[in-house]
Design a protein around this ligand. Structure first.
Ligand code: SF4
Length: 131
């Protein structure tokens, strides 16, 4: 399967992308989730990320996981997701702090900004990884 160009947008991951032909369908769960016990130390996300690199729904998967998933490889590995979340939380904090009194950011605005920034950061990571 050829490498697919992934483009993540703020609206990615909202629909029924999980029912589509994902590149991890039928794969062993332990490829995507670090196992407990003796296999944990030797585990690496690299083989899972190779599947993700050719997955037609990678952008949707990445955004879904940034919103909802802590564990496992979902288009990106856990460490990368954690780093994006931390960075975006700081950026939103700065945006919220810059608002004048009485014009506080609503939950809806926060979610909108979060998704916009998640998509930007995810695309930057993917460009850095060459996919
Ligand atoms: S991007 Fe990776 S984890 Fe997500 S559906 Fe595709 S193969 Fe599965």
């Amino acid at each position: 399967m050829a490498l697919t160009k992934t483009r993540v947008s703020a609206s990615s991951g909202m629909g029924d992308w999980m029912t589509q032909d994902t590149a991890c369908r039928g794969e062993d769960r332990e490829l995507f989730f670090q196992p407990d016990g003796p296999g944990a130390r030797a585990w690496t996300p690299a083989p899972a990320l190779e599947r993700c690199a050719v997955c037609p729904v990678r952008g949707d998967c990445i955004m879904f996981a940034l919103r909802h998933e802590q564990a496992g490889v979902w288009g990106l590995d856990e460490v990368t997701r954690k780093s994006i979340r931390r960075l975006v939380a700081r950026q939103i904090g700065r945006l919220a702090a810059a608002r004048p009194a009485g014009m506080e950011m609503t939950d809806g605005e926060r979610a909108e900004q979060r998704d916009r920034l998640y998509a930007i950061e995810a695309n930057m990571r993917l460009q850095g990884a060459g996919s």
